[in-house]
Design a protein around this ligand. Structure first.
Ligand SMILES: CC(=O)N[C@H](C=O)[C@@H](O)[C@H](O)[C@H](O)COP(=O)(O)O
Length: 226
């Protein structure tokens, strides 16, 4: 296992993202958020977009997992080899990309994309998967981190209330010694602990830590519903 990945075992990774048109959508803001979660003990941060990656890199000492979301439908998380190259050039320490079996805009498979990335650099790669099939294929192709990031977002798996623990447990059992990371809908500390109990190598939390609009809505609904 890559030493940078080994260091993440048993830790919390925090995703720092703001969405198009939102008040916090500013690379400087995301860099401050990233610095704040580092102070809280995040072992790595996940940043979206080339400017955010570059700014976040200046604000933290922990590894930056870089993605580039292009669009919001189909394959949109670092969807092509060109996006991968740009994320690497922006300074990401770990490259994350769509790890599903869906057709990609440039026609390459995940495995072909990974092979081309390996020709360029040996930085670790995280596959954002949506199912058992895609995760096993990404592992076979040599991804350093297998994430459950897209489970519940592509139709391959139902969207569970919290993290997809069934998928997580199954991957942990089938991929011993590999970094199977829980990501997606981890909204409470209990759910984060449940992911570790299910064998997650590490846990990524985004919305519940770094997206105040969503968190406010959750609390607002609780207050109004009480
Ligand atoms: C499906 C998709 O586009 N997921 C994205 C991936 O980077 C982000 O929007 C999520 O916030 C991230 O995965 C963390 O998940 P959560 O915010 O649920 O803790």
């Amino acid at each position: 296992m890559h030493p940078a990945i080994r260091a993440l075992e048993g830790t919390l990774i925090v995703s720092c993202q703001a969405y198009p048109g939102e008040p916090m959508r500013d690379p400087r803001t995301m860099a401050q958020v990233a610095a704040a979660v580092e102070e809280g003990g995040a072992s790595a941060v996940r940043a979206q977009g080339l400017e955010d990656i570059a700014q976040v890199k200046t604000a933290v000492t922990v590894p930056v997992i870089g993605i580039w979301k292009d669009g919001s439908e189909g394959v949109f998380i670092t969807p092509t080899l060109a996006h991968c190259r740009a994320v690497i050039e922006a300074g990401a320490d770990i490259l994350a990309l769509d790890g599903t079996l869906r057709e990609r805009p440039d026609g390459l498979t995940f495995a072909e994309t990974l092979r081309r990335i390996r020709d360029l650099t040996d930085i670790p790669v995280m596959a954002d998967c949506d199912s058992e099939e895609s995760a096993l294929a990404a592992a076979e192709a040599g991804a350093d981190i297998i994430g459950t990031t897209l489970a519940g977002y592509t139709g391959a798996r139902p969207s569970t209330e919290g993290p997809d623990l069934e998928l997580l447990s199954s991957l942990v059992a089938q991929l011993p010694g590999r970094a199977v990371v829980a990501e997606g809908r981890v909204h409470t500390t209990a759910q984060a602990a449940a992911c570790r109990e299910a064998g997650a190598f590490a846990v990524v939390v985004g919305t519940a830590i770094t997206h105040p609009t969503s968190i406010t809505r959750w609390f607002g609904a609780a207050v109004q519903g009480a």
